[in-house]
Design a protein around this ligand. Structure first.
Ligand SMILES: Nc1ncnc2c1ncn2[C@@H]1O[C@H](COP(=O)(O)OP(=O)(O)OP(=O)(O)O)[C@@H](O)[C@H]1O
Ligand SMILES: [Mg+2]
Length: 291
């Protein structure tokens, strides 16, 4: 087969891992920076140019699109879709999951348990609304944050007001969320490929920190997951029309709560922790798609 990996940097762990897995399975594979793709839109004959040369004769696309280039990345994927080249990540699904709010709205509407969350658009209503989420601490999240940046804990109303005021002044939207204390600085990531949980890990925050992100100094280990956690993760992925995804959950006293579904989940943490060749499973999925 002839495969394309869309990635801005061929040296990144995930890109290399996918590249090597594809080569081991005897595929021709090319890493292309989506930002180097120029798009020709023409009645029923859409095409893509890279350095002035048309891309032709590829069997499947494996997109790895970072947060900073979601819009153009999804335009490139859409172009492949219009050229009938199978992609393991759809353009619509990518756009939907990158919008945290719409993602949570959709999941919650479809019965996936998520933490109780409040978005106050009318700042003046704050004194009347914030108590809808009971007690302190509360979690505050910038809608645009990732890697744990922009996730804060407010211990009392004074500090919450201060944080909200600052964000409001910067014209940043903030989510107010119930603090799941019993998760005690841990979350779990379930890695899904084509309707199957292929690996899972638990991430634990370092001492004195509630965010378990590996980027924030958290550590990871293999974890056994329950049938309920599996089924919640698989349903969430299905609702968002993803095939390859990382589903992050908190373990609450009332069962799993989905925090986030990642459409371009990194492979380094999960492959090194689980010792499972996840890249190979993704390539095998691309093979099935291409058939
Ligand atoms: N409501 C909550 N209660 C307790 N801990 C939380 C809560 N929300 C987040 N956390 C902790 O903070 C970490 C970061 O939060 P979250 O995953 O929502 O943001 P992010 O990692 O910055 O963004 P994203 O995962 O969407 O890229 C989580 O992994 C979890 O450990
Ligand atoms: Mg996260």
């Amino acid at each position: 087969m002839r495969l394309i990996i869309l990635s801005r940097n061929g040296e990144l762990y995930s890109t290399r891992s996918l590249y090597n897995a594809a080569r081991r399975r005897n595929h021709f594979v090319r890493v292309i920076d989506h930002m180097n793709c120029d798009l020709m839109i023409q009645n029923e004959h859409n095409s893509i140019f890279v350095h002035g040369q048309p891309l032709r004769g590829y069997d499947a696309v494996i997109p790895r699109i970072g947060h900073t280039v979601t819009a153009y990345g999804s335009a490139v994927i859409r172009q492949f879709e219009s050229m009938a080249v199978p992609t393991i990540l759809g353009s619509e699904a990518l756009l939907r999951t990158r919008d945290k709010l719409s993602c949570m709205q959709l999941l919650s509407h479809k019965g996936i348990p998520v933490p109780q969350t409040l978005l106050i658009n009318n700042y003046g209503q704050f004194p009347h609304l914030h108590e809808k989420i009971e007690g302190f601490p509360k979690i505050l999240k910038l809608l645009s944050g990732t890697h744990g940046l922009g996730v804060l804990k407010a211990d009392d109303i004074k500090s919450m007001e201060g944080i909200l005021e600052a964000f409001h002044g910067l014209k940043q939207k903030v989510l107010i969320q119930e603090f799941i204390e019993e998760s005690s600085g841990e979350d779990i990531r379930l890695f899904v490929v084509d309707g199957e949980i292929v690996a899972a890990m638990k991430r634990s925050a370092r001492e004195g920190e509630f965010r378990s992100n590996l980027h924030r100094g958290g550590s990871s280990e293999v974890v056994a997951i329950s049938e309920e956690e599996k089924s919640v993760a698989l349903n969430a992925v299905k609702i968002l029309r993803l095939h390859v995804a990382g589903v992050d959950m908190l373990r609450s006293n009332n069962g799993p709560l989905v925090l986030e579904v990642n459409a371009s989940p990194g492979l380094e943490g999960i492959e090194k922790t689980s010792k499972i060749d996840i890249a190979k499973k993704i390539i095998q999925f691309a093979e099935r798609l291409a058939k």
